[in-house]
Ligand binder design. Sequence first.
Ligand SMILES: [Zn+2]
Ligand SMILES: [Zn+2]
Ligand SMILES: [Zn+2]
Length: 282
Amino acid sequence: MSGAASLAGGCLCGAIRYEIKTVLHSDHCHCMMCRKASGAAMVSWITVAATAFRWTKAPPAPYLSSPLGERSFCGACGTKLTFRHAELPDELDVTVGSLDDPGRIAPKEHLHGESWVPWVDVDPQIAWRDGHAPASWPDKASSPADLSDGRHEGGCLCGGVRYAVRGMPVKAGICHCGLCREQTGGILVAWGVWPRDRFEAPSGMTARVRTSPIGARRFCPICGSTVFFEFESTGPSGPVEIMLASLDRMEAVVPTFHQFTADAPDWLAFSDSRPRVPGRFT
Ligand SMILES: [Zn+2]
Ligand SMILES: [Zn+2]
Ligand SMILES: [Zn+2]
């Protein structure tokens, strides 16, 4: 973007809004911290000059996700919004998922291939930033660990919320709907459904936000990580839909299809052969 038109965005509940004058660059991040922080399998960011960004309503509270990293999210709805690196005080990263029109900014690089999950087959035509390529890209021969009988632990970025599921999910997919995108701030949200009796209820408090008539999302009120989703129709005793990015070993669960692909930004290219269920949700 050359600066001709500004961009706007904000959180799902509308409490937080921002404006951006110009974008410096944009990328897809595959790092573990972004995944855990968001609940998405991949988080796309735009980097802006700090002076080109402003909150147009009350700003969110910052959260120190590492000694050098400060993230922000809406405390009411859990939408993940920004990242600031202490050594780059003049820049700010903003989640593409929180833009009003994420289709306007196409990321140009992949980052942090060392923690890239091989089933995330997104935009292979885009280069890895120098020094970020994974050893195996684009060879996806590495097969995920078989944890079909195992116990998978997961949780939020700060560790305040921890849970476990047993065995593999009854169903796992990749959702492109606007609600998943905006609430996590990520661009690719993978989920798996486990029956409630194979879910060990989380330690720690979760905040609940009802994002649609279908159900409610649970996120950590301290770090903002979106952890799971509960269906309205079956309530708290029904199946639980886990954000796969919150699992400690996300690569062990491989989604089998894409859903709501009509909602995905036009620039998002998947190279996999999973079935695609089109449609929109938002
Ligand atoms: Zn909000
Ligand atoms: Zn990252
Ligand atoms: Zn947390």
